[in-house]
Ligand binder design. Structure first.
Ligand code: NAD
Ligand code: UDP
Ligand code: UDP
Length: 343
């Protein structure tokens, strides 16, 4: 036994990506709810490399330990398995509140839970922020605009949401989340920042989340039919995940307290998007139209005047570059899942 213990003491420590050294005055303790998810894990990487202490709270509904495994055991990193619908008592300086399923099939899987996460979960986060006087950034969404009647969408637009449709659990959940944030700001003097995030893609997004980016890339990589829902004339604007993360960090650091759109204003129809992916992946896939989604927003494009003016932020990564990185991630993931099936 003694020998085994001695060998543990002399074993080489794990290698991590290099993190900056910050003295205690500049180093913050930052909580990221939903930090094991797609966007959250990229935010973790950025804040860790900057030298902060990062605490991730996640219930692993759609998140995965694998997204943050490269930080497990690092002295600045902590991963807590916790459902944000239940109260949480920790000491932190800042909170990025991302916990919520995000893709339509995920948030429609258990609509009641989606509502609880975005209402009770947000109350807990704001209650925690109030107690420890932390600044909070809420990850809201372009879905607060619903199927918009104004194009592109500025933050002053109040939205066009069906309160009882299949998307309502998410849309209305996020709208309440925003309302709660401003109520806590006014009544309890909590410092809140609200990011209205538009469609985001990149490595670590879920392979099977049913969203357009993952569906089209997987279909093209597997030489399957690329499924366009409806006539393909509906539009979206896609932002690469590192641009979003830069925007969220800039918003947290700013003094601007009104909601801010974070998205890429380059818009395309879903039909065009299918063509772009087919061409980038190559292969024989054919593009076919199938049944339209209920309440599918017909046009979506962010007006990012506010983000430009108050955060000096705008997206940098062109669609093709971002898609190439995402395609290569998906290719690796497919090879990995094939290896699992073989073994
Ligand atoms: P994701 O599903 O990858 O991440 C969400 C994370 O929250 C997951 O790790 C999940 O396990 C966790 N979670 C869910 N419910 C929880 C609960 N009750 N308690 C604790 N953890 C919980 O999704 P994402 O794309 O990374 O989205 C992150 C945030 O950004 C979400 O709030 C989402 O609404 C918002 N957003 C994302 C997009 C996008 O295009 N990706 C667009 C608009 C808004
Ligand atoms: N809360 C929490 N962590 C804290 C402080 C509060 O999870 O550190 C929860 C608390 O359990 C409550 C919610 O946040 O359910 C709202 O807190 P607040 O103080 O606003 O309300 P109250 O406790 O007065 O109901
Ligand atoms: N879509 C599609 N084929 C798919 C998946 C999605 O045509 O396989 C369409 C969907 O109808 C919507 C757009 O692509 O118009 C974006 O869908 P997604 O679920 O990615 O995100 P949303 O912006 O609707 O939340």
């Amino acid at each position: 036994l003694e020998e085994q213990i001695r060998s543990l003491q002399s074993s080489t420590p794990r290698k991590y990506a290099k993190v900056k050294y910050l003295n205690y005055k500049n180093r913050k303790r930052i909580l990221i709810t939903g930090g094991a998810g797609f966007v959250g894990s990229h935010l973790v990487d950025n804040l860790m490399v900057q030298g902060h202490e990062v605490i991730v709270v996640d219930n692993f509904f759609t998140g995965r330990k694998r997204n943050v495994e490269h930080w497990l055991g690092h002295e600045n990193f902590e991963l807590i398995h916790h459902d944000i619908v239940n109260p949480l008592f920790i000491e932190i300086d800042e909170i990025y509140h991302l916990a919520s399923p995000a893709s339509p099939p995920h948030y429609m899987y258990n609509p009641v839970k989606t509502i609880k996460t975005n209402t009770m979960g947000t109350i807990n986060v704001l209650g925690l922020a109030k107690r420890v006087m932390a600044k909070v950034l809420i990850a809201s969404t372009s879905e607060v605009y619903g199927d918009p009647t104004v194009h592109p969408q500025p933050e002053t637009y109040w939205g066009h949401v069906n309160p009882i449709g299949p998307r309502a659990c998410y849309d209305e959940g996020k709208r309440v989340s925003e309302t709660l944030s401003y109520a806590y700001a006014k009544q309890e003097k909590v410092q809140v920042r609200v990011a209205r995030i538009f469609n985001t893609y990149g490595p670590r997004m879920h392979m099977n989340d049913g969203r357009v980016v993952s569906n089209f890339i997987l279909q093209a990589l597997r030489n399957e039919t690329i499924t366009v829902y409806g006539n393909g004339k509906q539009t979206r604007s896609f932002q690469y995940v590192s641009d979003l993360v830069d925007g969220m960090i800039a918003l947290m650091a700013s003094n601007y307290t009104q909601p801010v759109n974070l998205g890429n204003p380059v818009e395309q129809t879903i039909g065009e998007f299918a063509e772009i992916i087919k061409q980038l992946v190559g292969g024989p896939s054919v593009i076919k139209q199938s049944k339209a989604m209920e309440d599918d927003p017909q046009r979506r494009k962010p007006d990012i005047t506010r983000a430009r003016q108050f955060l000096h932020w705008e997206p940098k990564v062109p669609l093709e570059t971002g898609l190439q990185r995402t395609i290569s991630y998906f290719r690796n993931e497919l090879a990995r899942s094939d290896r699992f099936q073989e073994s």
